[in-house]
Design a protein around this ligand. Structure first.
Ligand code: FES
Length: 90
């Protein structure tokens, strides 16, 4: 079987909106929080983290997309809770 997505196999995709609205309203700081979280929790092998263009939902921003789920009004604090619920399932 040919797998065209071999680089992303089994990885969780985390997309941070780097559109000007989301970036200015919080994602600039949230970006650093996510990078630190991935490093501290050794998740770089499990997560494909990258920036994205405006999702067209600026009024609900800042936006972070994790796999198929769009998270709205994300803050430096709430992103940690979101990541914990995704990666530290108890
Ligand atoms: S800038 Fe993020 S949704 Fe538009």
């Amino acid at each position: 079987m040919i797998n065209i997505n071999s680089g992303m196999d089994n990885k969780t995709e985390v997309v941070i909106c780097l559109g000007s609205s989301c970036f200015a309203r919080g994602n600039k700081a949230t970006l650093k929080v996510i990078e630190k979280y991935l490093k501290d929790n050794n998740l770089h092998d499990k997560v494909f983290f990258h920036g994205g263009h405006c999702f067209g939902r600026c009024t609900e921003g800042p936006i972070i997309k994790i796999d198929d789920t769009i998270h709205t009004s994300v803050t430096e604090v709430s992103i940690v809770e979101i990541l914990n619920s995704k990666f530290k399932k108890i």
